[in-house]
Ligand binder design. Structure first.
Ligand SMILES: [Cu+2]
Length: 389
């Protein structure tokens, strides 16, 4: 079945760009009709709710997506596409993200480098650091549709032990460059609010990831200069679809949200594989101490699957194929993970009529189950700056 899809890999970047230009042009033109369609969908729900609210002398407001300027009117900075913009609003953002992976895990238990050597792997990765500079833009086309774009610049570092006895040789590999460009759209679906029930807003996410990140990076290893294993590459090499659904609520000093996002690879890449599909489900709560500072706590469940196919330039340049290092094995990539994260958002004073926001969020996994051996995640954080007109 997958072979039908592999034909898509022959689509060139120019064709992909043309398709998306058309999709977005159509999207913008149909967004008004889409908004009208949604208006009719919740009639019964609205009637029941507004009847019960009117007993308390309250009025139900439907379709108001305008958020007050508050530190927590954006979600935690580690989330993407969790807020929408009103017509004509521009936002530019910069995020720095870092993730540390120290030690090895198989399933839910730790493994020593020696355990991994005894499984037949000659070279054992022991540590990886991912650093990412993420540049983003958002634009409110109208009060239904927000367009987004994100481009990461990535730096990966991985340490390994090898040799006899194990550790007699150590080496580090590095890769650096642009990652995959993500072009997205956020569609406001439905909003309702009343004083006693707070505000509730729903939107749909639809992002397309384009293969701008290099997947052929080489590095120096004890067996020579070779194409580096999968986690060191900077992109997926495929056009990936990322649909999602986001909900945000607020009442008084408290706000909360829910988001689910999927990643579907529609074809194998030119190197002969596709990364695994993935999905995540997350929820957060935030408390605004004042208008300009809020704290948040977030939980995120993520699952991702093994690769389909393989890059022969990765597996076959190694002495025992993919068995010489687990990061080169396309069947040892899957995992699931539950993260807990704490964050802080600041709404800063306006400068030249521009709204400034600063957010910091950091977290650790509280559950990790890897189709290993694989490097395990220890912690990650994001610090970001947002400027809105
Ligand atoms: Cu924004």
């Amino acid at each position: 079945m997958f072979y039908h899809f592999t034909k898509f890999r022959k689509i060139s970047m120019a064709q992909v760009s043309l398709i998306f230009a058309c999709v977005f042009t159509l999207s913008i033109q149909s967004s008004q009709a889409f908004a009208a369609l949604l208006d009719g969908m919740f009639d019964d729900f609205e009637e029941t709710l507004s009847q019960s609210l009117s007993k308390n002398g309250e009025k139900l407001t439907v379709g108001n997506f305008y958020t007050p300027e508050r530190s927590d009117s954006h979600g935690p900075i580690g989330m993407m596409g969790e807020h929408t913009h009103n017509e004509g609003e521009f936002m530019f953002s910069y995020r720095y993200m870092q993730m540390e992976m120290d030690g090895i895990r198989d399933g839910t238990s730790s493994r020593s480098p020696m355990d991994v050597r005894n499984q037949g792997f000659g070279v054992v990765p022991t540590y990886m650091r991912m650093q990412m500079h993420m540049f983003g833009a958002m634009y409110g086309v109208n009060d239904t549709l927000t367009l987004t774009a994100m481009l990461p610049y990535i730096r990966n570092t991985m340490d390994h032990v090898a040799g006899m006895p194990l550790g007699a040789a150590k080496f580090r590999t590095k890769t650096e460059g642009a990652g995959d460009l993500k072009i997205g759209s956020l569609w406001r679906l439905y909003a309702f609010e009343a004083p006693s029930i707070g505000a509730h807003r729903f939107h749909m996410n639809f992002t397309v990831s384009l293969p701008t990140g290099d997947i052929t990076h080489k590095g120096t290893t004890p067996v020579g200069v070779i194409r580096l294993p999968y986690p060191m590459q900077l992109g997926s090499g495929t056009v990936d679809l990322m649909p999602g659904l986001t909900y945000g609520g607020a009442k008084g000093n408290v706000s909360w949200g829910f988001q689910t996002l999927g990643t579907y690879r529609i074809a194998r890449n030119k190197a002969g594989y596709s990364k695994g599909d993935a999905y995540e489900v997350g929820a957060y709560g935030a408390y605004a101490w004042t208008n300009w500072v809020s704290n948040s706590i977030r939980f995120k469940w993520k699952q991702w699957f093994d690769y389909d196919g393989e890059d022969r330039r990765i597996s076959q340049t190694l002495p025992n194929g993919s068995r010489s290092v687990f990061t080169a094995d396309p069947d040892r990539r899957a995992g699931k993970q539950l993260d807990i994260m704490g964050g802080v958002n600041f709404l800063l004073p306006e400068i030249l009529g521009l709204e400034h926001r600063l957010g910091i969020e950091g977290g650790v996994p509280i559950y990790q189950n890897l189709d290993g051996p694989q490097l395990e995640t220890d912690w990650a954080f994001t610090i970001g700056w947002q400027v809105i007109n």
